[in-house]
Write a protein that binds this ligand. Structure first.
Ligand SMILES: Nc1ncnc2c1ncn2[C@@H]1O[C@H](COP(=O)(O)OP(=O)(O)OP(=O)(O)O)[C@@H](O)[C@H]1O
Ligand SMILES: [Mg+2]
Length: 475
C-alpha cells in the first residue's frame, strides 16, 4: 500500500495528515471536497481513502458508495465527529474498511493503516478463489463438497443406494453431513419428484413422536384434532422418510418401526384398519448405535434391519484435504447471502483452517467461514476474521511446542547430571529419538487405532520402518 487520499474540508486536518502520512512513507493526495476526491480516485487510484462525512457538496457517505461501485478494491476509512453512532453504522453498511471518530487519534490511524497494509499483502497470497455466482447457481443440488478418498467412497454409496429402495443407516459425528447425504440419496433416486420428509426423533417426546410418525384418527386421545391427522409415513408415501437421530427413539417405538418396515403398512393411533405404505426409510445417528445396542437401549433386530447398508461419514479431521474446497464453497455461499463478492482466503488463514481439528466438523467450518466473511471489511478473509477459538488453537500448538522444548531441556539436564545415565551406552541422540518415536506412535495409535499403514503414512515413513521401530521399542 503506498498512495493515500485524504478528503476533508478542514485544511488543518489535511495538513496534519499530510505530515503524518509522509512521515510514515506514504504518498499523500489531498482534496477539500468529495467532487475533487472522486476525480483523484479516478486519476490516481489511491490504495486507501480517508474520507470525512460532512463535506460541502456531495457528502462523504455518498462518495463512499460511488467509490465502492467504480473502484471496489479501494479501501475507505470514514472519519466523522457528528452523530458518530449513525455514521459508524451507516459507513460499515456501505462497506467502509473502518471508521475513525474525530478528533483523530494518530495511534488509531496507525493501527488502521497496519491492518490495511496486511490486507494488501494478503491479497497477493490468496490461495482459495471463489467461483462466479452464475456457475454456482447452475450447480446441481444438494452440493456435496470434498474430493478426499473417504468422500469418494461416500459418493459411490450414495449412487448405489439411490438405485434401490433399501433402508439406509447413515452414521457420523455431528455436522458431518448426514442430513445432506440423506437428501442426496433421495434427489438422485427415482423418487426425487416425490416427497422427502424429515422427522427428528430426538426432538419429540415419545407419544408425540408416535403420532407424528403414524398419525391418528379423530378422538384417538384427548386433544386429538377432530379430523385426525396423517403421520409422516403417510405424508412420505411414494417418497423418502428421513428419521434423524434414530438412536433417541424409545424401545416401544423401535418395535413399532421394525414392524412397519417389515409389513410395509401402518395403522394410525386409534385406527381400525391398516394402510399400505410405499416409503423408503433413511435413518441417521451420531451415536455409536452398536454400543447403544450393547447397552440394551436399542433393539438389535432393528439395528441390523437398518444397517444392511451403512453409510459412514468420516469426521473432517480425518480428511484435511477437503478443507480448502469446503472453505471455498462456504465463501461462495457467503458471497450470495451477503450480496458481496469475495476474492478469496489468505494463505495464512488457510494454514490455520487446515491445522484446526474441527470437533463440530463441516457445520463448524461452515459457521467459521460465514462469520469471517460477514465481519471482513474487505473481499479477503484473514486470520483475524476467524472465531477466536480457531485463531487461538494454533497459538496453543505453538505453546505445545515450547512446552515440549522445556520438558526436553529438563530431561537433558537430568541425563547429563546422572553420570551412569541411559545416554551412556547409546548416546543422547538415540535415547531422545527413541522417546520421541514412542510418543509419536502412541499418539497416532490413539487416533488411528492399530492401523500400521495409516500410522506409517502419517509419519511419512514406510510400513516396514514403522514395524521395525515398534519392535525395537518393544511396543
Ligand atoms: N460434504 C459437504 N459439502 C458441503 N456442505 C456440507 C457437507 N457436509 C456437511 N455440509 C454442511 O454442513 C452443515 C451440517 O450438515 P448436516 O446437517 O447434514 O450434518 P449432520 O451430520 O446431519 O449433523 P447433526 O448430527 O448435527 O445433525 C450443513 O449446512 C450442510 O449443508
Ligand atoms: Mg442432522
Amino acid at each position: 500500500m503506498d498512495t493515500i487520499l485524504v478528503v476533508d474540508d478542514d485544511p488543518n486536518i489535511c495538513w496534519a495528515f499530510e505530515q503524518f502520512l509522509q512521515g510514515e512513507g506514504y504518498t499523500t493526495l489531498i482534496a477539500s471536497n468529495a467532487e475533487d476526491g472522486l476525480k483523484l480516485v479516478a486519476e490516481q487510484k489511491p490504495d486507501l481513502v480517508l474520507l470525512d462525512v460532512r463535506l460541502p457538496g456531495i457528502s462523504g457517505l455518498e462518495a463512499l458508495q460511488q467509490i465502492k461501485v467504480s473502484h471496489s478494491q479501494t479501501q475507505i476509512v470514514v472519519m466523522s465527529a457528528y452523530d458518530s453512532v449513525g455514521n459508524t453504522i451507516q459507513s460499515m453498511c456501505l462497506q467502509a474498511f473502518d471508521f475513525l471518530p474525530k478528533p483523530i487519534d494518530l495511534d488509531q490511524v496507525k493501527s488502521v493503516l497496519d491492518r490495511a497494509t496486511q490486507l494488501y499483502q494478503a491479497r497477493d497470497k490468496i490461495v482459495v478463489f471463489p467461483m462466479e455466482t452464475a456457475d454456482l447457481l447452475a450447480e446441481p443440488k444438494p452440493h456435496l463438497i470434498g474430493k478426499s478418498p473417504q468422500m469418494l467412497e461416500v459418493y459411490k454409496l450414495i449412487g448405489i443406494m439411490a438405485g434401490n429402495v433399501m433402508t439406509v443407516l447413515i452414521e457420523g459425528e455431528n455436522g458431518t453431513g448426514k442430513g445432506l447425504v440423506a437428501r442426496a440419496i433421495h434427489e438422485n433416486s427415482a423418487r426425487r419428484h416425490q416427497p422427502f420428509v424429515t422427522v427428528d426423533c430426538g426432538a419429540l417426546p415419545d407419544e408425540l413422536l408416535e403420532s407424528e410418525l403414524f398419525g391418528y384418527e379423530a378422538g384417538a386421545f384427548t386433544g386429538a384434532q377432530e379430523k385426525g391427522k396423517s403421520g409422516k409415513f403417510e405424508l412420505a408415501d411414494g417418497g423418502t422418510l428421513f428419521l434423524d437421530e434414530i438412536g433417541n427413539m424409545s424401545p416401544a417405538l423401535q418395535m413399532r418401526l421394525l414392524r412397519t418396515l417389515q409389513d410395509r403398512e401402518i395403522d394410525r393411533l386409534g385406527g381400525t384398519h391398516t394402510v399400505p405404505i410405499n416409503v423408503r426409510v433413511i435413518a441417521a445417528t451420531n451415536a455409536n448405535l452398536e454400543q447403544v445396542v450393547q447397552t440394551g437401549l436399542f433393539r438389535k433386530d432393528l439395528y441390523y434391519r437398518l444397517k444392511r447398508v451403512p453409510v459412514t461419514l468420516p469426521p473432517l479431521r480425518e480428511r484435511p484435504e477437503d478443507i480448502p474446497c469446503l472453505a471455498q464453497h462456504f465463501l461462495n455461499q457467503s458471497g450470495i447471502e451477503l450480496n458481496r463478492s469475495f476474492r478469496g482466503i489468505s494463505e495464512e488463514c488457510l494454514v490455520i483452517l487446515q491445522a484446526y481439528p474441527w470437533p463440530g466438523n463441516v457445520r463448524e467450518i461452515e459457521n467459521a467461514v460465514k462469520s469471517a466473511a460477514a465481519i471482513s471489511r474487505s473481499d479477503v478473509i484473514l486470520p483475524d476474521h476467524l472465531p477466536s477459538e480457531i485463531q487461538t488453537f494454533t497459538v496453543s500448538l505453538e505453546t505445545a511446542k515450547t512446552e515440549i522444548g522445556s520438558v526436553f531441556s529438563k530431561m537433558v539436564k537430568q541425563m547429563l547430571q546422572n553420570e551412569s545415565g541411559p545416554h551412556g551406552e547409546n548416546g543422547l541422540y538415540k535415547e531422545m529419538i527413541q522417546i520421541l518415536d514412542r510418543e509419536l506412535i502412541l499418539a497416532l495409535r490413539q487416533e488411528l487405532g492399530n492401523n500400521h499403514s495409516q500410522i506409517a503414512k502419517q509419519l511419512g515413513i514406510s510400513r516396514t520402518t514403522l514395524l521395525q521401530k515398534i519392535k525395537t521399542l518393544n511396543m
